[in-house]
Design a protein around this ligand. Structure first.
Ligand SMILES: [Zn+2]
Length: 143
């Protein structure tokens, strides 16, 4: 028998006082700004390139220095893609699900991946330039 007065809103999801003391709730509804969305989309595009270049040479993903934990977190490619998509959809990052028991040798930083991709791109561009140069030159007689 329940004789005590019961909170009329107890357990009611429509409780008007619910969430009043939770400032995090507001942020959850904040969508990404257009610029932030663009950044995430660029990261996703970069990720495709990095995985295509680095995956075949044995790199499984990226290592990211976590500002909260002050220690590196290892993310494999699929996890990174999932995290970025999650950020895109929800507007909130989901950084604390690193790969389980990763081997650090198989992970590189964003900076490394970017440098690697730039290096590959430069190599391709230089080769193309040289070919063009020879054609414009029209002459290999001096060699
Ligand atoms: Zn962390």
């Amino acid at each position: 028998m329940q004789e005590e007065p019961i909170d009329p809103f107890n357990g009611d999801p429509a409780d008007p006082s619910a969430g009043l003391d939770d400032p995090g709730e507001e942020a959850e509804l904040d969508p990404l700004s257009e610029v932030e969305r663009q950044d995430v989309l660029e990261d996703l595009a970069d990720l495709e390139i990095y995985q295509a270049l680095l995956g075949p040479v044995g790199v499984r993903g990226l290592v990211i220095e976590c500002e909260d934990c002050r220690e590196p977190h290892y993310f494999d490619w699929d996890l990174l893609r999932g995290n970025l998509r999650h950020l895109l959809n929800s507007g909130r990052p989901r950084v604390h699900e690193p790969a389980y028991d990763p081997d650090p040798d198989h992970y590189v930083t964003w900076e490394y991946a970017r440098g690697y991709a730039d290096g590959v791109h430069d190599t391709l561009t230089e080769t193309a330039d040289e070919d063009e140069g020879e054609r414009e030159d029209g002459s290999t007689a001096d060699r």
